[in-house]
Ligand binder design. Structure first.
Ligand code: ADP
Length: 290
């Protein structure tokens, strides 16, 4: 009987040890699986970042190449042909100015993006008329895209649309939206720009509408992140760096506002910048958020 009890005890011990061993084994397996998952995830992340970086470098190179090629061609034409009629000569000079402007704008925008990333972008706020600013930007942009058949229709509210803004930064944000409206226009050549006072006068809305490719609902949030480009932009080979909307959002948020989009594939897109409006008697005040 004693021997039987001893054997049973030994069997019980063995079973307990086996259970501990199995539990240990399972814990090691779980640790290995979790470790592998985290390694796989961080490798994937690194690869995605590397891909974004290389896409960005190639996009930046392409953005430089087009105006540089144009500059070179017009300079060669001017050099090669001594007896060019004055009118033609002037049109070549104008093309050179356009290409130089484009390069200048692109470099400035890259520098601005760098400063925003480093949180070193100083904003110089002052009260200004958003309608007048939008009109100036639309006119300048209209001159740039007229040759491609685009028209920019402006609809301005008769109400006072004063906002506390950095004119240079707000112009850049608006330019980026207009530039996208033209870039993703598909066959349409119509762009609309509207400025109006909303929400019982507490907000000023600046709206850019196009009738182009539109954006998938699933992409509408992501496109405001840096380097993110939509599927349509990539599949159609439309050039871009993926920083335009990230900059717009950064600028608008620095002004205490927000940006939203409403869009459907094939039906065009409407981007709206919403800014706090000037309240009575705050002309000399500071920014609402400061
Ligand atoms: P980029 O135009 O250089 O790709 P953006 O940050 O300006 O970068 O835009 C991000 C993406 O959002 C674009 O790649 C495009 O897919 C989409 N997008 C932006 N504006 C429009 C628009 N007006 N119509 C359609 N798609 C747009």
């Amino acid at each position: 009987m004693v021997a039987g009890a001893g054997a049973a005890e030994e069997l019980g011990d063995l079973a307990a040890r086996r259970r501990i061993l199995l539990a240990g084994f399972a814990a090691v397996l779980i640790l290995i699986a979790a470790g592998s998952y985290f390694i796989w995830r961080s490798v994937n992340r690194e690869l995605a970042v590397a891909r974004l970086q290389s896409d960005f470098v190639s996009a930046v190179s392409h953005e430089f190449r087009t105006p540089l090629t144009s500059l070179r061609q017009f300079t060669e034409l001017l050099l090669d042909e001594d007896d060019l009629p004055l009118e033609k000569r002037q049109s070549y000079y104008r093309a050179q100015v356009r290409a130089t402007d484009r390069l200048h704008r692109f470099v400035e925008s890259l520098l601005d993006f760098g400063r925003m990333e480093a949180v070193r972008r100083p904003y110089r706020f002052r009260w200004l008329d958003a309608g007048a600013l939008a009109k100036d930007v639309a006119e300048e942009f209209g001159r740039e895209v007229k040759g491609h058949g685009f028209s920019v229709d402006c609809i301005m509210d008769s109400a006072d649309c004063s906002v506390n803004a950095d004119p240079e930064a707000l112009s850049r944000a608006l330019w980026n939206l207009l530039d996208n409206a033209a870039k993703y226009s598909g066959d349409s050549r119509k762009i609309e720009l509207a400025v109006n006072r909303a929400r019982a006068g507490s907000q000023v809305c600046i709206t850019v509408r196009d009738y182009g490719l539109g954006i998938l609902v699933s992409e509408q949030k992501q496109i405001f992140q840096k380097f993110i480009r939509g599927a349509a932009a990539k599949s159609r080979g439309i050039k871009g760096t993926g920083i335009g909307l990230a900059m717009v959002r950064h600028i608008v948020e620095a002004h205490g506002g927000n940006i939203n989009v409403s869009s459907a594939p094939g039906a065009g897109s409407t981007f709206t910048i919403v800014l706090p409006a000037q309240r009575q008697g705050t002309e000399n005040g500071t920014h609402p958020d400061r």
